[in-house]
Design a protein around this ligand. Structure first.
Ligand code: OXD
Ligand code: MN
Length: 600
């Protein structure tokens, strides 16, 4: 079918037919339908009625399983194809005109060649299926920082996830109006053959095509594809920043409040940090969440850097989430949540490794096979996920929908490092901070396909998400300084340092409040610091350890230790990235490296 007139085959009256008053959008949808040949077209309006209808359809098709509605109201369960459980960086492409624009850290192919290949795969790919059209907003309605996207997909699971992760339907069409400025995203599952799996970005055309996968990070196109890869590309040209950062508010008992943005690689606890509940010693302190994964930041009229969270929900890692590590997340995911690839218990509830409940005597694992505690394999996939609306979060910040965004006082870079990296230090200045971000390393996790646990460089946690040449991205960071009169202070943290026996030196989770407290006091100009080779470090007396059993000055020194031998090795590892990026690497990065060597 190739015209809009013949759509809406089996959908109830009033649903699926909300055409936009936008000729460019209509034309693009008709053209895509002509290529993919769906049985019907369904325009999503984002309404509750629509949600109910599509959820019912998904259950009838076996895409979703209805969970125990008494214990988990509004919650559903999904199992993906076992070959399709994480982002696939080797199949992710940035198709800029020249390979140099994509840079040495991205896969690249000539746009024309890639379009031809993908169009070949999309030809007739939706025969027998419904084509859903999802207009969506990344960002609060009415914000000048917000972007409109339209995702075309043949997956009902994608629609139901997108309606949690973004503001979809009518609100997006209203913001779009008659404009032709929207991201064009096409997703088709094909046959989920990993050999025909491609996540491709055409930044110049503001276009994304994703085929052969159903996994969130590959197919919820507003998230990694638009908000980070295309977003970073647009941000460079338009003077703003799209970053892989959580955003949180910290309020002191005095009522003074600041906002902090923090970049950590995937599956390193961003969601936990964004929803942190301070330990009892911090009575009167409040942490509130703006976002847990992505921040768009732009200089504001008062000379500060303002940020919005483009998303509207959380796509979080389930394993390890419990009442101790993240009580707010547990409340958030108790209703209206889609669980993917966790274990399914006989009573219609869910379980994963690191859940509060003990392992069930029996359940179905993430592949649907019977599982008992004696089983060798994990019950939940290590990258199993929950998709939950922000509105459920008891700690949601009141400014989350503020079109102006929130002013950022501090930027934190962090990685998962067993050695070398101290718990916290502050960069000497913005360019030193950019160097710290650029040289970030972290042990790999299950969020991407590959071996977990190896240290890899992940500049600003953006290695898999930068939509152009990484060296030019560093340049953009340096340039932004000129546009921000009162730049945020930059810090680096590491919650994951271990002793020789492999035991964590820092308790983490809610105790990370102590680090946040020092950062807050530094931004407020209250706390002192010691100059070290790698940055300003907290003095023990300024670092709140009350109530932290077994953690005294000796333990503090241990977790803050700067070991010269380790740092020499670190510098050699950092060089690997710099050699790779050398051609266009800003010279400031080399100078910062030399300064660090001389300080060491
Ligand atoms: C994520 C990721 O899903 O970073 O947020 O992989
Ligand atoms: Mn992420």
């Amino acid at each position: 079918m190739s015209t809009i007139a013949s759509e809406l085959k089996n959908t109830p009256k009033g649903l699926g037919g909300h055409h936009p008053n936008n000729a460019v959008l209509s034309k693009w949808v008709v053209e895509t339908a002509a290529l993919t040949k769906p049985d019907s077209i369904f325009w999503c309006d984002g309404s509750e009625v629509e949600k109910e209808y599509l959820t019912e359809q998904a259950v009838a098709q076996g895409v979703l399983v209805k969970l125990n509605q008494e214990k988990l109201p509004g919650c559903y369960y999904h199992r993906s194809n076992p070959n399709d459980v994480a982002r696939v960086e080797q199949c992710t492409f940035i198709c800029t005109d020249s390979q140099e624009d994509a840079g040495p850290t991205n896969n690249w192919a000539p746009p024309a060649e890639m379009y031809a290949k993908l169009k070949g795969m999309l030809a007739g790919s939706m025969i027998g299926r419904t084509m859903f059209v999802i207009p969506y907003l990344m960002g609060p309605p009415g914000s000048p920082m917000t972007k409109v996207g339209v995702e075309i997909t043949d997956s009902i699971y994608v629609v139901l996830n997108m309606r949690i992760m973004a503001r979809i339907g009518k609100v997006a069409l209203e913001q779009l109006g008659a404009s032709d400025e929207f991201n064009r995203g096409v997703h088709s599952m094909l046959d989920l053959n990993p050999d025909r799996r491609f996540i491709v970005h055409f930044p110049k055309d503001n276009t994304i095509i994703s085929v052969g996968s159903g996994y969130g990070g590959n197919v919820l196109l507003g998230k990694k594809c638009l908000a980070l890869r295309i977003g970073s590309y647009l941000g460079r040209d338009q003077g703003w920043m799209a970053e892989h950062m959580l955003l949180l508010g910290v309020e002191a008992p005095t009522g003074e409040k600041m906002y902090v943005a923090a970049a950590f690689p995937s599956a390193c606890g961003k969601t936990n940090f964004a929803m942190l509940i301070p330990p009892p010693q911090f009575a009167g302190w409040k942490i509130t969440t703006i976002g847990d994964d992505i921040a768009w930041m732009k200089p504001g009229p008062d000379g500060r850097l303002y940020a919005i969270n483009p998303e509207n929900g959380y796509f979080g890692v389930a394993p390890g989430t419990n009442r101790k590590t993240n009580p707010n997340a547990m409340t958030t995911i108790a209703r209206d949540t889609i669980y993917t690839n966790v274990a399914l218990k006989p009573d219609g509830t869910v379980w994963w490794e690191g859940h509060d409940d003990p392992a069930p005597a029996e359940c179905l694992d993430w592949k649907g096979n019977p599982w008992t505690p004696a089983s060798k394999e994990k019950a939940a996939h290590p990258n199993s996920r929950f998709t939950a609306p922000s509105l459920n979060n008891p700690a949601l910040d009141a400014a989350v929908n503020d079109p102006a965004g929130v002013p950022v006082s501090a930027i934190i870079f962090g990685g998962r490092r067993a050695t070398t990296m101290p718990l916290v230090v502050q960069a000497f200045n913005w360019s030193h901070g950019v160097y710290i971000g650029a040289t970030m390393g972290s042990e790999t996790t299950a969020a991407a396909v590959g071996v977990a646990g190896q240290v890899r460089r992940d500049p600003m946690a953006m290695l898999p998400f930068c939509g152009y040449n990484m060296s030019l991205y560093f340049r953009h960071w340096l340039n932004m300084r000129k546009l921000i009169k009162f730049p945020p202070l930059i810090f680096t943290v590491n919650w994951f340092r271990k002793d020789k026996e492999g035991k964590f030196l820092w308790p983490g989770y809610s105790d990370n409040m102590r680090v946040l407290n020092w950062i807050f006091e530094r931004c407020a100009g209250h706390a002192g610091a010691n100059e070290t080779a790698v940055g300003w470090a907290p003095k023990f007396k300024d670092f709140n350890t009350t109530g932290l059993a077994g953690f005294g000055e000796k333990e503090f020194d241990e977790v803050q230790k700067i070991d010269r031998e380790e740092w020499y090795r670190e510098l050699l590892l950092q060089d690997e990235l710099f050699f790779k990026l050398y051609e266009r690497l800003p010279k400031e990065m080399i100078f910062q490296r030399e300064l660090l060597v001389s300080r060491l």
